[in-house]
Design a protein around this ligand. Sequence first.
Ligand code: BGC
Ligand code: NOJ
Length: 822
Amino acid sequence: MQYDNPVNYGYFDDKMREYVITRPDTPYPWINYLGCDDFYGLFSNTSGGYCFYRDARMLRLTRYRYNNAPADAGGRYFYICDSSGESKDIWSPSWMPMKSKLDRYECRHGLGYSRISSARNGLFFSQLSFVPLKDNCEIHKITLCNESGTEKNIDMFSFVEFCLWNANDDMTNFQRNYSIGEVEIEGSAIYHKTEYRERRNHYAVWAVNVPVAGFDTDRETFLGLYNGFDHPQTVFTGTANNSIASGWAPIGSHHIKVPLKPGESKTFVFVLGYCENSSDQKWESLYVINKKPAHALLEKYHSEEAADTALAELKEYWDKLLSRFSMQTDDKTLGRMVNVWNQYQCMVTFNMSRSASYFESGIGRGMGFRDSNQDLLGFVHLVPERARTRILDIAATQLPDGSAYHQYQPLTKRGNNDIGSGFNDDPLWLICGVAAYIKETGDYSILDEQVPFDNDETLSDSLFIHLKRSFDFTLNNLGPHGLPLIGRADWNDCLNLNCFSKTPGESFQTTANYESGIAESVLIAGIFTFVGPDYAEICRRTNRKEEAERADKAITDMIKTINTHGWDGNWFLRAYDAMGKKIGSHECEDGQIFIESNGFAVMAGIGINDGRAVTALNAVKEKLDTPYGIVLQQPAYKEYHLELGEISSYPPGYKENAGIFCHNNPWITIAETRIGRGERAFETYKKICPAYREEDSRLRRVEPYAYAQMVAGKDAPRFGEAKNSWLTGTAAWAFVSISQYILGIRPVYDGLLIDPCIPPGMKSFSITRYFRGAVYKITIDNTAGVEKGIGSITMDGKPLDNVILPPKDQGSIHEVLVVMGL
Ligand code: BGC
Ligand code: NOJ
């Protein structure tokens, strides 16, 4: 096969809800996520990646080499040795790791599953990989088909390399690791049981549903000490060694003999699973692990039919989820993002937070307090019950003064002491997340849940009190201008105004060696005025009238403060540093204008009545906009600034130093809808939207079906190149911006608000929205060609006198017609 189409690496198959990759040498591995609940796999288009149970750091099943050359090293590999020709033909059907020339290749990434198919010399190979809904394993269903006219003798070898569970130790503590590896073999099942003899109560199993000709479990024996994955010595000799790993690097490899007549095909079901025993049930006999849970798992997926049924269940699960919000539109690109890929990514970010991707190693970051609260925004309509649980978990890590641990560990759910607290925006995101949950569900009972502070049951109080402490945290921590103190950083982790770090390698986030008590954030003020009204409204709706009034007053005061001390003449300032100097002002040499504070101030409605909002958004457009999205600030910092921290550590144009930091672009999109500029709002939406950028794949490099955290800005030599795909708050905010503000179907306390703000050329679209148990089929007619404004709304044929669709009976279906006009 010639990989001769350098621009397009694939296409969207909208009907199947799959992205189809048509050549394996994508500009970067293009991955998918397998798993919905506890067991997850990262899966690239060449079968690279790894899997873990619940925690990518602590319970990793298979090894992966980040930052390796070649890229994407480690995966679930299958090697084919075809002895039917004159000489043996040995190849990798997923292209990597041998980079085999393939006659055909295709990888379909679907919702929670991927399918690689390829062919070479008359042998067709297909690999369907997924994690079933209710079991802790990956299933790899492999089919081989002889498409040639002659009989074939195939030897197939599987290969996975086990990780010794703790992914950090696995890559560092070799003096210990090389002596602890242990395995057991039983028939076609290979058990990885390192550390099971001591404190672990879990093991991994890698099995296939047919008898094997042999196996290997010792990496060196299988590959050869000086060979890479691309030249496994055993596959070249053609016979497995039945090696038993003892220390060093345990692997799992099956050798299967597959004779195939012309036209014949055979299917094998491989299972890679995680099993646990209670501590009194660990052993069958001395040295022999209790395999009961593994037997049950393997028994369940012993047949091809069982694997197919599990896949069908997974598909049904996604059909159901996505039916909760779906759009009918002439714009195919918009449809595929709104209906499938954006919502899918929202699920992935909800599940992973910022832990495991091809840019996040799975060992560094747990669940972020602010990140997880924001991830909820794009997810809560899908599975509100899980959002509810997540909110309570997050709130339990809040500290009694309302501040918050910046991160917590998914397994222990406890705040992470290494990072600690002091990111002064964190508490406000809890209000944002809870408000989104209540607006979606109408479930106020969550406010009465008793939730610990700092995971200490004796410090429990209602969730409402947690919100109050969040709100008050801002008010209790104001600086000289009456703006919120920034602490270690606000949303922008790299604006470290109390850090002053001169030591290479020191963490900008945890070094706070200059507690100025002065550095203030206009962004936190903006967030406060955006989420504060939700706090006030929640108070009102739960009969806390006085508290609501107190909150209203505090918000009004903050708006005044922003207008007095947070306005630079043509845009909103960003911050005051530890010396009280302005950041994000025309007075500055670099960093004169920032995106974040402008987005949030206008989102909160500041300046809408006096023209400042329009002025600020025009400045953003003029100074920060580019064809690939809006950069974070301008001019980029040319030098390292001790008083600013990490933001100025990046070369100009990358990350927070004037990169297109996609997460905050939707804030501008939403702000644009607040001033009624639908055309501009949609333009800002499209610029960072991966499907609209599919043609730029070569430049962008990362997946055209997933948002990236950052696209290099105009100051960078690689302007337009994207990085950090998948685990970014962009997913949630992009979905909020398109679904709630552009298309304008927005959950509010009393129902579903209808408030589209669209380009005048968008003449019609319709949306099916499941909301609090009822289904609304909403048709928007914009024959009038306006950007915003509603002429009339009818529900089930009757005119409505306001723009909020009221909650309706469970299971009822309603037809809504919205005619836009002035
Ligand atoms: C990155 C930020 C990130 C932070 C998390 C920094 O290096 O630039 O985007 O939020 O690390 O610790
Ligand atoms: C990524 C972090 O996960 C997020 O919390 C932060 O807001 C952004 N970077 C911006 O620094």
